[in-house]
Write a protein that binds this ligand. Sequence first.
Ligand code: DX5
Ligand code: ZN
Length: 226
Amino acid sequence: MIILAPSLLGADFKNLEQDIKAVEQAGAMYLHLDVMDGTFVPSISFGMPVIKALRSCTDMVFDVHMMVEEPARYVDVFRECGADLICIHAEACRHLDSAIAKIHQSGARAAVALNPATPLSAVEMVLPLVDMVLIMSVNPGFGGQKFIPYTLEKIRNLRKRLDKLGLDTDIQVDGGVTLENAGELLEAGANVLVAGTSVFNGDAGENVRRFLQIFEEHDGRLKRGI
Ligand code: DX5
Ligand code: ZN
């Protein structure tokens, strides 16, 4: 299944509820929530109180991307605030295996993220344990950056590796995703696309519909075997 995850970081912070409703009504299934601690990444974004407050205004899946050092410390509290899917960076965990187990124990789905320059080998041992792998296609910390082209090959290699292991794990891609490169990312094997700027710049509802149309066309081509 192909999923669009609009990133709240690209929304109008004066009108979050309105922006969230716009993307939900247009058919986006996940809401991507970027939590930054000022240490793992240079910036600080938002945390528990904001996520908790937003939980009541939407039924979308809360996909919490934790750009936080030793994120296991915060798993239970983010789960209580409404996180459905918790994504932690391999680079930020001294004990990645137990951090993943902690997410599952909380009742959330677990994902592991890799910065652009981190090789796939960093997650090889935990591939059977996670529900999703996030391939960062920009250096995390800010919205509105340009897609780093070499990450495309990384997506292809990860999909091949998962196929070989017989796993249909989701591959999420985050950073610089646009209507122009979405098709190529799906072809490479990604199936969960995060988009901040390219959704919230302009008419968010219309942008979501355009992404979903690309997804449908891709599905159609797959079914016809093209
Ligand atoms: C970057 C964040 C992204 C960001 C994407 O560190 O993880 O989720 O919001 O923004 P765009 O789509 O503008 O690159
Ligand atoms: Zn993100």
